[in-house]
Design a protein around this ligand. Structure first.
Ligand SMILES: *Cc1c(COP(=O)(O)O)cnc(C)c1O
Length: 315
């Protein structure tokens, strides 16, 4: 696996036309490594950083449905790097992601959610005592390296706009642990753009969710650029989180089914399908008409297959 390929993803028009808006989608789910998505984008940069720092094993955490852990375990296996995953016992029923994580030979340590940080610390110390030089990645690929990958995506969007003549008034995407949104906002700030970037939260509520994005933006900008950010720069919408991480309703399932049938694009109930539904509700509620709207498909294809049976029964 070559980590230095310069990989980009396509943007395509959708058949959706709610409120006479034109909808486009950036297919980061097709990012061509390990079923793609934003975690694959982030992971490539994390592994480059790992090798630059001379580390020789990896420690990270996430639940059994974690896209992040799947991608990290896949690249670690490709590179022959031992991969240690700390996983909360609560959400540990088998999924396509967890089955792949096992296939890739990652070492899983389960613990209660409240013990995650001490378990991580213990694991890192244990590895150091054995003579390893561990590289730690926060859950979801959080941190400046993760942010960088979505600054890169923002640049790809600008390239598309230049070559197509289409300008996006709004960029919508699923916002979880915050670096996807932080990267897009940093890209916007660095380029002095005015458009709206709207993160539809799939789990976290404000003020915490939005604050984490803001902290990530500030952290990145202070290290990489001398630009600052206004206190109202983050639009982190928590109106569509339902009962939190992993929860969804009938409307989310219908949205997933409709997009699969109308455009042949799979989205999932935990992240992208939920946010696509949230985006449409937001557009109705805020009376957005006649705009060009880009939705970033941040991946999660294995999660789509986990819900396929349920989708089939949806009417
Ligand atoms: C993790 C994830 C997100 C959220 O990205 P963050 O950078 O954590 O905000 C969105 N979509 C999918 C499919 C994900 O796996």
């Amino acid at each position: 696996m070559d980590l230095n390929n310069n990989l980009t993803t396509p943007i395509q028009k959708l058949s959706e036309n709610l409120n006479n808006n034109s909808f486009f989608i950036k297919r980061d789910d097709l990012f061509p490594i390990s079923f793609g998505g934003n975690k694959a984008r982030k992971a490539l940069l994390f592994f480059k950083d790992l090798f630059a720092k001379g580390s020789d094993c990896i420690v990270t955490y996430g639940s059994s449905s974690s896209n992040h852990c799947r991608v990290i375990a896949n690249i670690a296996a490709a590179k022959g790097i031992p991969c240690h995953i700390i996983s909360p016992t609560k959400s540990s029923s088998p999924t396509s992601n967890s089955k792949m994580i096992n296939l890739f030979g990652a070492t899983i340590t389960k613990c209660p959610v409240s013990k995650v940080s001490t378990t991580i610390e213990n694991k890192i110390n244990e590895l150091k005592l054995k003579g390893f030089n561990p590289y730690f990645i926060q859950g979801g690929g959080h941190g400046d390296v993760g942010t960088q990958s979505y600054v890169n995506v923002y640049e790809e969007i600008l390239d598309y706009e230049k070559s197509s003549g289409v300008y996006f008034d709004y960029i919508f995407h699923t916002s979880g642990t915050g670096t996807t949104q932080a990267g897009l906002i940093c890209g916007k700030v660095i380029n002095g753009d005015k458009r709206e970037i709207i993160g539809i939260s799939n789990a976290r509520k404000n003020p915490y969710g939005g604050q984490v994005v803001m902290d990530s933006v500030k952290s990145y900008l202070s290290k990489q650029h001398n630009s600052s950010v206004e206190s109202n720069a983050i639009t982190f919408i928590d109106d569509y989180v339902l009962d939190g991480y992993g929860s969804y309703n009938h409307s989310v399932l219908l949205t997933i089914r409709d997009l699969l049938i109308s455009d042949g694009i799979p989205v999932d109930a935990t992240y992208t399908g939920k946010a696509f539904w949230g985006m449409k509700e937001y557009i109705k509620r805020n009376s957005i008409f006649n705009k060009k709207i880009l939705f970033i498909h941040t991946g999660g294809t294995p999660l789509f297959f986990d819900k396929l049976e349920e989708l089939r029964n949806e009417r």
